[in-house]
Write a protein that binds this ligand. Structure first.
Ligand code: ME8
Length: 511
């Protein structure tokens, strides 16, 4: 059996339509999942929607619809977005599904059996927007002296009977785990934040609610539903098949990809729940940054909330995917705008890689009409192929393995530049009359190089890379295939057609 790799996104609240942040997380996780599959790992990719909790119940009430109706409609938009963006998930989980309720109740019972759950009374500050409780000392002051959560959202004083989880017992075990597993929380900034937070001491956590019933029922405790984060985090176990004994063939997860705002839930609460239930901990929680619009946070009030599907249909799915992965350093905040997408996609995809492929393929179609023969080799050919092999077989995979996605794209782009320099230096169009044998060697070298460049970048721009590989008649699509140049012996070239159209800004876009 191939080495398993289990990767997840956060599950989104379907209380509204997906935004660019959701698209970014899905795309980045998808690129990693595709990369691991292409490295030969038996990959399982889980994504979905987080449908319980007060926020969902309140949004539905405000809109005058049943909560389930809201969840069904909005979850549908997330699934539609994933399909449109070519997200290769293996399961789209909805927390309203029956097997997820079973898993959530099973982990609850395991935590209860450990003695970590007790009934008490909760009085505290709750933010519906964040679905989180805060200590008085964490609150900040908003306009007119209003109390706000550290994320700037309104909080309400809440009093109710509740089950508590003995989070306080897990301070030392968590700190020990962080110390022994430096890769448990990445990047470094999130890790430091979490360690500081846990060192500051942990209060027991309220893990059930009685004021509403939209959630997973607490086993054996009439009137209580689980705090939405208990059930939400458990989705990762449901996806592995927990509590069926076979779940350990997938679990523990290799990588939870999440946004930096929810690092605490994933790096403090989640490992504590798992330790309590006697379940292995995920290997890595990676907190990516926020995608901002022209450097500003999206908000409905400033009207800069952009529908990612709109961007994808305007510029193309792969242009959007490439832009986000190349331009936003994974783990840091990044910014996007229409100009930035157009500029980056044109520079790298249309003018550099696309132009290279188009130039070479149409020149061959016009002047050779078949796969060029071996011709007369010169040292420059082997040099170029060595540069390409290093970038596609070593630099890009090593960067992707470290989750340095933009660095991987940069290494790839340098190799594309090397190819373009080679074309200019060898000038095959000039050789056509003077030295056709040499021309064939140059063109054949370029076909070999372009095919390797297309394979290497597949995780980022899967549809375009595959289209190009089809034009080349190249069947191998995995990193292991890079080592084999024999494909060219039997390849049949297809009539060339441009793959990366030059993008233009919409007419009404201000620069
Ligand atoms: O937090 N840029 O759901 P959510 C990048 N249901 N990422 C962003 C972003 C932005 N502008 N805005 C949000 C939840 N995100 C919970 C998760 S997991 C068991 C439960 C990210 O719909 C955010 O950080 O508010 C999170 O990882 C994901 O989008 C879903 O956010």
């Amino acid at each position: 059996m191939a080495d398993p790799f289990y990767i997840t996104t956060a599950i989104a609240y379907p209380n509204g339509r997906p935004h660019i942040g959701h698209a970014y997380e899905a795309i980045a996780t998808d690129a990693i999942a595709r990369f691991q599959r292409m490295m030969g790992r038996d990959t399982f990719f889980l994504t979905g929607t987080d449908e319980h909790g007060l926020k969902m119940a309140q949004t539905a009430r405000d809109r005058g619809v049943e909560t389930r109706t809201l969840a069904d409609e909005m979850s549908g938009y997330f699934q539609e977005m994933d399909r449109a963006l070519n997200i290769s998930f293996d399961r789209f989980i909805r927390t309203t599904e029956a097997d997820h309720h079973v898993a959530s109740q099973a982990i609850w019972k395991a935590m209860e059996a450990k003695g970590d759950l007790y009934l008490g009374r909760y009085e505290g500050w709750y933010s519906v927007r964040d679905e989180a409780f805060y200590d008085e000392k964490e609150l900040v002051e908003g306009e007119g002296g209003a109390k706000l959560s550290p994320q700037g959202t309104p909080v309400e004083w809440t009093v109710e009977e509740t089950w508590f989880f003995r989070l306080s017992e897990y301070q030392q075990p968590l700190l020990d785990h962080y110390a022994r597993h430096p890769d448990f929380i990445r990047p470094e900034r999130s890790r430091n934040e979490i360690v500081r937070f846990v060192e500051g001491g942990l209060a027991d956590l309220s893990v059930s609610r009685t004021s509403f019933d939209w959630g997973v029922k607490v086993p054996g405790s009439e009137g209580h539903v689980m705090y939405v984060w208990v059930d939400a985090l458990t989705n990762y176990l449901t996806g592995a098949g927990y509590p069926e004994p076979g779940y350990t063939s997938r679990w523990p997860a290799d990588l939870h990809v999440i946004g930096k705002d929810i690092a605490r839930f994933h790096a403090v609460y989640w490992p504590a729940f798992l330790m309590s239930a006697g379940i292995a901990l995920p290997k890595t929680v990676f907190a990516h940054g926020f995608v901002l619009h022209r450097g500003e946070k999206m908000s409905k009030s400033t009207g800069n909330v952009v529908d990612p599907m709109e961007l994808a249909s305007r510029y193309g799915v792969d242009a959007l995917r490439y832009f986000l992965l190349r331009e936003v350093v994974f783990g840091q905040d990044g910014s996007y705008s229409d100009e930035a997408i157009v500029t980056r996609a044109n520079a790298d995809l249309s003018n550099s890689f696309g132009n290279l492929a188009q130039r070479v393929l149409s020149f061959i179609a016009k002047n050779v009409g078949r796969v060029p023969g071996a011709g007369r080799a010169e040292p420059a050919d082997a040099e170029l192929l060595a540069t390409i092999a290093a970038a596609t077989g070593q630099e890009l995979p090593a960067a992707f393995e470290r989750l340095a996605l933009s660095e991987g794209c940069e290494a790839w782009m340098r190799a594309v530049f090397a190819c373009n320099q080679y074309v200019d230096a060898q000038a095959p169009w000039a050789l056509r009359k003077t030295d056709p044998e040499r021309m064939e060697a140059v063109l054949r070298t370029l076909l070999l190089a372009i095919r390797d460049l297309a394979i290497a970048i597949r995780p980022v721009i899967p549809a375009s890379a595959d289209k190009l590989l089809d034009l080349l008649g190249a069947t191998g699509r995995a990193y292991a295939d890079l080592a084999d140049r024999g494909w060219i012996e039997t390849a049949v070239l297809q009539p060339p057609s441009p793959i990366f159209p030059r993008l233009e800004l919409p007419a009404n876009e201000t620069v």
